[in-house]
Ligand binder design. Structure first.
Ligand code: HEM
Length: 158
């Protein structure tokens, strides 16, 4: 899991940072919320319709290219109450950060474990971590498929 994006989410939500420092045993569940809130794979790989597909009152004809926004689905307010808020004890693993169905991520377990190890070490070793740049100065990777930072300047001592 891209730890810089999760770290930024923590720095921007000091109440959640404090909560996680006090509840580090809850990190495995919190990882799911980080993945929902800032989905690293923002767009699924390309799909094509083989038959007409109805989505609400829109029918996508057969043979069309379909781009599915996993990041958008993970902020759907009809599915996730207060979808634009990071709520680390949300305890909802029904997000689409690893895709869905036949092609769901084969490395999901490993990806979550990596995030847990990286963020856990960061929290333990640098509990006073703080953002060392203006949010508007941060540069995001120039691709619509992935959501990730080019870099994240931090101060280790608050
Ligand atoms: C947090 C980290 C990760 C995220 C967010 C992630 C996300 C995704 C997503 C969204 C898909 C489905 C794409 C689609 O349906 O178009 C996918 C597929 C896949 N991922 Fe991951 N992934 C992560 C880590 C990993 C790791 C660590 C591995 C391998 C060690 C891995 C291996 C794969 C493979 C092989 C597929 C293709 C599965 C298939 O097409 O049947 N992923 N991943």
């Amino acid at each position: 899991m891209p730890a810089p994006t999760a770290t930024l989410a923590l720095m921007r939500n000091p109440d959640q940072h404090r909560w996680l420092l006090a509840n580090q045993h809850a990190l495995p569940e919190a990882i799911d919320e980080f993945l929902r809130y800032e989905s690293p794979v923002a767009m699924a790989t390309l799909r094509f319709t083989t038959t007409p597909v109805a989505v609400d009152d829109v029918v996508i004809p057969a043979g069309e290219l379909v781009l599915v926004s996993l990041g958008g689905a993970n902020r759907d307010p009809d599915r996730f109450p207060d979808a634009d808020r990071l709520i680390l004890d949300r305890r909802d693993t029904g997000h689409l950060a690893f895709g869905h169905g036949l092609h769901r991520c084969l490395g999901a377990f490993l990806g979550k474990l990596e995030g847990e190890v990286a963020l856990g070490a960061l929290l333990r070793q640098h509990p006073r971590l703080a953002l060392a740049a203006e949010v508007r100065q941060l540069r995001w990777r120039d691709t619509i498929m992935l959501r990730g930072l080019e870099s994240l300047p931090v101060s280790l001592h608050g």
